[in-house]
Design a protein around this ligand. Structure first.
Ligand code: NAP
Length: 248
């Protein structure tokens, strides 16, 4: 029986853990073949094995999104293996928090390089293939703090706000080729990225969430699945918040 994404190929960056892993698994469950891109090779292989158990094909790719040549090579591998690329999810991200006056130039550069340039690199490397196919869906993962700002995260909020601008411009440029480009802005989601925050910081954040709980990676994946599905064919250049009402 045909599933929602049967026969399609998706590349999910940061698909080896957290939100990216949930998105990869939910697309796989819905029939897509998946390429997982992250730095840790073993972890990529583990998730690829998990995906293959769902009856679709998986390709683990160990690469650094901030390195254009590595991304280019990885995309070539995906197309070499599957012959097509229908979906790109730019989810890989890191934080290196600190107040502006104490933030090192290195920490600024690193966070911009992975979150923002990494997203550019992947879009740039898949765009021609999608333009030729005259179809494709690109989904970028930004953050609630890219909309609001957040003390201690000048680098991360600048990168995430940059992703929103990038999403809108690329949506405009690729719309004539039938390609949609959207973003999801998650609120506070329970993953490796947030697990080590001090208890009092978590309490403080919780107090700002009307739905009074943190979100799950699966809840972000549900929104991703919608934006990547035919149900969202007429939606482009949008930022969908999945944040429990934390910012409206
Ligand atoms: P996570 O659990 O820390 O996972 C991050 C993923 O990105 C891992 O697969 C990691 O694998 C990969 N990655 C990190 N740096 C990379 C690099 N330079 N090149 C390639 N892959 C890289 O994070 P998460 O919480 O799931 O977050 C996923 C996305 O959602 C991020 O963009 C994050 O900013 C965003 N987000 C998260 C939250 C939240 O509350 N958790 C809220 C808003 C937005 P390797 O380490 O092996 O490379």
């Amino acid at each position: 029986m045909d599933k929602l994404f049967s026969g399609q190929v998706a590349l999910v960056t940061g698909g080896s853990r957290g939100i990216g892993q949930s998105i990869a698994l939910s697309l796989a469950l819905a029939g897509a073949n998946i390429a997982i891109l992250a730095r840790n090779r073993e972890r990529c292989q583990q998730v690829a094995a998990q995906i293959e158990q769902l009856g679709v094909k998986a390709l683990p790719l160990s690469a650094e999104v901030a390195d254009y040549a590595q991304v280019e090579q990885a995309v070539k591998q995906v197309i070499g293996q599957f012959g097509r690329l229908d979906i790109l999810v730019n989810n890989a991200g890191i934080t290196k928090d600190g107040l502006l006056v104490r933030m090192s130039k290195q920490n600024w550069d690193d966070v911009l390089a992975v979150n923002l340039s990494g997203t550019f690199n992947c879009i740039r490397c898949v765009a021609r293939q999608m333009m030729k196919a005259k179809k494709g869906k690109i989904l970028n993962i930004t953050s609630v703090v890219g909309l609001t700002g957040n003390p201690g995260q000048a680098n991360y909020t600048a990168a995430k706000a940059g992703i929103i601008g990038l999403t809108k411009t690329v949506a405009l440029e690729l719309a004539p080729r039938g390609i949609t480009v959207n973003a999801i802005a998650p609120g506070f989601i329970d993953t490796d990225m947030t697990k080590d925050l001090p208890a009092e910081v978590k309490e403080q954040i919780l107090g700002r969430i009307p739905l009074a709980r943190f979100g799950t990676a699966e809840e972000v994946a549900k929104a991703a699945e919608f934006l990547l599905s035919p149900a969202a064919d007429y939606i482009t250049g949008q930022v969908l918040s999945v944040n429990g009402g934390m910012y409206m």
